[in-house]
Design a binder for this molecule. Sequence first.
Ligand code: AHR
Length: 314
Amino acid sequence: CSGEDTHALPGSAEDNLIVVGFSQVGAESEWRVTNTENIKSVLSEENGYMLIFDDARQEQENQIRAIRMFIQQDVDYIVFSPKVETGWNAILLEAKEAGIPVIVIDRYIERQDEDLYTAYVGSDFYKEGELAVKWLEDFLEEQGRANEPIRIVHIQGTIGSTPQLGRTVPLENAVKRHPNWVIAAQECGDFTKAKSYEVMSSILKRTTDIDVVYCENDGEALGAIAALEEAGLKCNPEDGVIVISFDATRLGLEYTLAGKIALNVECNPLQGPYVDKVIKKLERGEPVDRINYVDETYFDYRTITREMIDSRGY
Ligand code: AHR
């Protein structure tokens, strides 16, 4: 820690480094892997940090255990990506009592716990969901299908996580607004290609009358597309199934360029520089914004280009 070092690891020779404990939710997706690499590369020794990394392997209790260990080690900052929104109150209270600032990244924790963390860095998932739904409304209108029956298969992410809630709620609200839209099936794909392939395959045994498949990340979209194609359905927004996805990973964008994914809403995993900025400000005793949204865009199969994919850093 710069200035008086009140949080150095006991016996550590790294007295001038800022010690950060980072609890990552897991490695379920390409997005997550990129996010981990980015945080590790930015919170590096050359940049003045000593990073203690823990992979919770999708278990909230592992995250709680890791955070408790960071508190015992008296780190300078705790950074964590909460698996779900609920269940953090007690452990964050422990961090607060220990005087360790907590930076929540990627996903939110529930509102009542807001004074238990210093800043949030990540996506605006509700905005992402609203953008996707608006795109679908406009697209169907342009296609002259605004009043036709639209049967939607909805593959959800990890239930109770902010990306699942933010991407689900706008779709469900839109279904309420459009009497001709129906959710033909809704299953959890857990943000993985394998689970999505499995649930999509079983849905296809019940029905192939599907207009839209709304997946909550690229892994799920890839799994769903594999199952749809295996069942002989075409993933093509103009005369087949309209697949919607989130993340805009490199592979997801290849599918968008090929027209198999009609719309890919970006979820930016490059959160390291934002976290670094927040920590450096706190180190200087400057105020920080509580909510720090990362920059995001979207990719439409009609306007995406090869250059857009090649020029991306992830
Ligand atoms: O929290 C971000 C989401 O979690 C990404 O959309 C997904 O790919 C990841 O696993």
